[in-house]
Design a protein around this ligand. Structure first.
Ligand code: FES
Length: 149
C-alpha cells in the first residue's frame, strides 16, 4: 500500500467511554505515522526512524485494507516514535514509545482489532502490549456528545 504524504487508561469499555454502539461490520482504519520522530536517536541518523517506521507499516498493511499515512509531528515528540489511529464512527488513539523494529506489525495487529470493534473502541483484551503501554490518549468521535449520566 502506498503512503500518502501529509504534512493504565483501561478499561476501554463503552460504558466507561460513552462509546456508541455501532452495528456490524468492519470499519476502515487509518494509521498516521509520524515521519519526523527520532525517538531519542541522533539528529543526523538517516533514515529518520519515524520515516522508516512509516515505510515498514505501509508494507505490513499491504493487502489488509488498512490505510497508512505519513504525518509530520503528532505533538508527542518526547514519547518516542509515535502514531495515531482512527476509523469512521470510532475513537482516535495516539500511541508513543513505539519500537522501531516491531511497531509496524504491532500497529497493523491493533488496527485489525480496532476495525472489528462494534463499539468504536479498540478492545483492551487482545490488544498488543505495546499499544497498551504506549497509549498516550484517545479522543472521541465527532458525533460524541458525552458519556451517559
Ligand atoms: S516529531 Fe513525531 S510526534 Fe513530534
Amino acid at each position: 500500500m502506498a503512503l500518502t504524504d501529509l504534512t493504565s487508561p483501561k478499561p476501554d469499555s463503552p460504558a466507561d467511554a460513552g462509546g456508541a454502539a455501532l452495528a456490524g461490520a468492519e470499519s476502515a482504519v487509518t494509521i498516521f505515522v509520524c515521519v519526523t520522530c527520532r525517538g531519542g536517536r541522533p539528529l543526523d541518523l538517516v533514515p529518520v526512524p519515524g520515516a522508516a517506521l512509516a515505510e515498514a507499516t505501509a508494507r505490513a498493511a499491504d493487502g489488509t485494507g488498512i490505510t497508512v499515512r505519513r504525518v509530520r509531528c503528532l505533538a508527542n515528540c518526547n514519547r518516542g516514535l509515535s502514531a495515531a489511529m482512527r476509523r469512521d464512527g470510532g475513537w482516535t488513539y495516539v500511541f508513543g514509545y513505539l519500537d522501531p523494529i516491531t511497531a509496524a506489525d504491532t500497529l497493523i495487529a491493533g488496527a485489525k482489532l480496532f476495525a472489528q470493534a462494534p463499539d468504536g473502541l479498540m478492545p483492551w483484551r487482545g490488544r498488543p502490549e505495546a499499544l497498551k503501554r504506549g497509549l498516550i490518549a484517545r479522543t472521541p468521535p465527532f458525533d460524541f456528545f458525552g458519556a451517559p449520566e
